[in-house]
Design a protein around this ligand. Structure first.
Ligand code: SAM
Ligand code: SF4
Length: 326
């Protein structure tokens, strides 16, 4: 019997955050100011993650995405992926900023990862450096090269668009997708940034992205699973694809199939959940597999109907993206 919430949504996807630390400070995610991190002892050990994922697979999870913070920044992540593969995860993927990918892509592939998403928020070196607050443009491009040269498919490149910063690059990103034959995904900025700078005016909608790209190159819709976050289009006249992820302007909560496990062992039923559920205490206080599985089922039953971003009185959660895991 697959895990199902009280609205009848099958829960099949798990995002596993392996760290809240990151070697980048993207303006839409982290703050330029020093932040506190989870103490190391609060982070789940690999064995603890493995046990929870095993139980969740038993409850019907099929897809696992390893994320963070920056997942490749936690030593041992390749071994963890190999352990997840051995558990029988059908669809095993990672989201990374690409900084460490060129040198470690082969190890990820050998560990059994099947797909990868790489963040790239500007094709302009100076702007990329401003957005990520790093000087890593060449390394990230080399990471994308390494992924494309490997057998990881499809390679998806993610850009979070922020009005007034990188919205002028929509067409350039589309050209990049065509030239590189990859999937370029445009993500709407969500109110999960550490600086709390998000306002509605900073969101570049998926509709705007569609309008501007299709004015240059006709787009053809590509079929997608109902629970997929992206509306996908291919170029009618050539290679490459785009994906529009529009959680603010076109919420997809009605088909949400996701759960999130944070690096400190909290289960979250939504990015915007007001509270999270402590599985680490259960793990560390001798709970049996059956007890933990029952607790997961009762947490899932409480999954909220939607994120509420567009409702009056909306307030962002206290946790920010980097500590939840995107
Ligand atoms: N560090 C990795 C990376 O950047 O790809 C993985 C973790 S990051 C939190 C996962 C995804 O969340 C990235 O695609 C990132 O661009 C996106 N993200 C971060 N903050 C966001 C925000 N406020 N709104 C929308 N997407 C955001
Ligand atoms: Fe780090 Fe990813 Fe957040 Fe950028 S989006 S600061 S790379 S976790």
């Amino acid at each position: 019997m697959p895990l199902t919430d009280k609205f009848g949504r099958p829960i099949t996807d798990l995002r596993v955050s392996v760290t809240d630390r990151c070697n980048f400070r993207c303006v839409y995610c982290r703050s330029a100011n020093p932040e506190t991190h989870m103490p190391v002892g609060e982070l789940l050990e690999w064995e603890e993650y493995e046990r929870l994922v095993r139980l969740l697979l038993g409850l019907g999870i099929r897809k696992v995405r390893v994320t963070g913070g920056e997942p490749m920044a936690r030593p041992g992540v390749e071994d963890f992926i190999a352990r997840l593969k051995a558990l029988g995860v059908a669809d095993l993927s990672m989201t990374t900023n690409g900084y460490l990918l060129a040198e470690r892509c082969d190890r990820l592939v050998a560990a059994g990862i099947s797909r990868i998403n790489i963040s790239l928020d500007s094709l302009n070196r100076e702007k990329f450096e401003r957005m990520t607050r790093t000087k890593t443009f060449d390394r990230v491009l080399a990471g994308i090269d390494a992924a494309q040269a490997s057998r990881l498919r499809p390679v998806k490149v993610n850009a979070v668009l922020v009005q007034g910063i990188n919205d002028d690059e929509i067409e350039a990103f589309a050209r990049f997708a065509r030239e590189r034959d990859l999937i370029m995904r445009f993500i709407e900025f969500m109110p999960l940034d550490a600086d709390r700078a998000w306002t509605r005016d900073t969101v570049v909608t998926g509709a705007e992205v569609y309008r501007r790209i299709s004015a240059l190159w006709p787009l053809v819709p590509v079929c997608h699973e109902r629970s997929e976050t992206a509306r996908k289009y291919r170029f009618a006249d050539g290679r490459g694809e785009i994906g529009l992820i529009s959680p603010v302007s076109q919420p997809f909560c009605g088909h949400c199939s996701r759960l999130r496990l944070t690096a400190d062992g909290k289960l979250r039923t939504c990015l915007f959940s007001k509270e999270d559920h402590d599985l680490r205490s259960l793990l560390r206080h001798g709970a049996s597999d059956g007890e933990i599985s029952r607790e997961i089922c009762s947490i899932v039953a409480q999954k909220e109907k939607g994120h509420g971003i567009n409702e009056p009185g909306f307030r962002p959660p206290s946790r920010t993206m980097v500590s939840i895991g995107g």
